[in-house]
Design a protein around this ligand. Sequence first.
Ligand SMILES: [Ca+2]
Ligand SMILES: [Ca+2]
Ligand SMILES: [Ca+2]
Ligand SMILES: [Ca+2]
Length: 436
Amino acid sequence: MRLGLFALTALLAFSSARADPGAPFAQGWFDAAVTNRVAWDFQGWACAGGAGQTRQSISIVLAFGGAGSGEPTQELDSATEMRPDAASACAGDPMVGWYGRRFAATPSLPVYAYAKSLTASPGALQPLGGSPITPRVWHDDIVWRNVATGDVYKQLMNRFEIVTGRFIYNEPSLAWKIVGRGDDDGDSTRDLLWRNDTTGDVFMQLTSAFRVLSGQLIYNEPSPAWQIAGSGDYNGDGKADILWHNSSTGQVFVHLMNGTVIIAGQHLYMEPSTDWEIMGSGDYNGDGRSDILRRNRVTGQVALKLVGGSNGALFVADKVVLTWPDLEWKIVGSGDYSGDGMADILWRNEHSGTVFLHLLWGGAVTAGQAIFAEPNPYWKIVNTSADYNGDNKRDVLWYHEQGGQVFMQLLDGLNQPEGQIVYVEPDLNWQIVPMR
Ligand SMILES: [Ca+2]
Ligand SMILES: [Ca+2]
Ligand SMILES: [Ca+2]
Ligand SMILES: [Ca+2]
């Protein structure tokens, strides 16, 4: 997984930030990943060089403002932990690593990192790193799983740029599959939902931008007929819930979640026949709750179940969207691709390769046209639920099954999408985990 390249990048960062003898702190680097408009993950390190400084005597402060004056206007966070993999960077001096997550109501302000001495005069702050962390709006990431080793790897994206990439987990048993990526604890970072194909166990991992925070077995459903069909927010509390569909009986069930805790389970509705497949889950009427997109695999009819109601008493309302009887056209994604807050429908013709976008308003089609064509069948659309450039329009990720290229397309409604290859992974054991 291009480990060599990332290791090299890290070494370069370390060597340019060696401890400066005599100075209380050497400059360290910091990473900042803005996971949406109001939440940031930070991590970095500093060397506690100089007389009397130890690892325990400094902390790191993240602060708004401070440009020019060198003083922050608002303390955000402080050091929390060592980063063992960065220890060599301090050339024998104590090193403090830090990791933080903060929420802020004013994300447009730049954020600076400072090192603070706990033993020197109170409030003494040293700028850490030379440039402000400029908050950026939502960037979704790319998560990979290696189907040989079980490794999970995450790439943080800023449009076509890979900001950083890290191994975040290893699950050697390949019976465990990542089946959902929703924001389960409401911290604006997508978490990982796993299911074990053999036992039916369901395991949720809460993750930050860079690492696994916690994980817990939350449920067991031994019947393989029950599949996790989505992880949207069906009760509108900002936390992702788990949608189940029984492919034998047509039953649709939702687990309302609070982090790793099931707060309620409810039968939602029954599909009229097994011809109806759940194609996606998004908010089609702009009420802040996920709805359910279905298609009849025989007639080609597309219809919604609009979800309403309160906790433990959800109900659904039917809405027919359209009928597209040509079954060569497959729904490959559903999300808001136009930025109006309502989910749309993305199609691809499996014969011609043409990609077609239906824009919806409140669940009704308002416009539709072909926006792209890729006739090469080895190019597969692997993710249609992420926003890689923070414009509140979901984008499309393609993967070449033979060459390992990853092509990112930034969608903008019916306009021609901008796209480029962002990565090549020659080891085809690495597979991109779709968001659902
Ligand atoms: Ca919810
Ligand atoms: Ca809705
Ligand atoms: Ca839309
Ligand atoms: Ca976008």
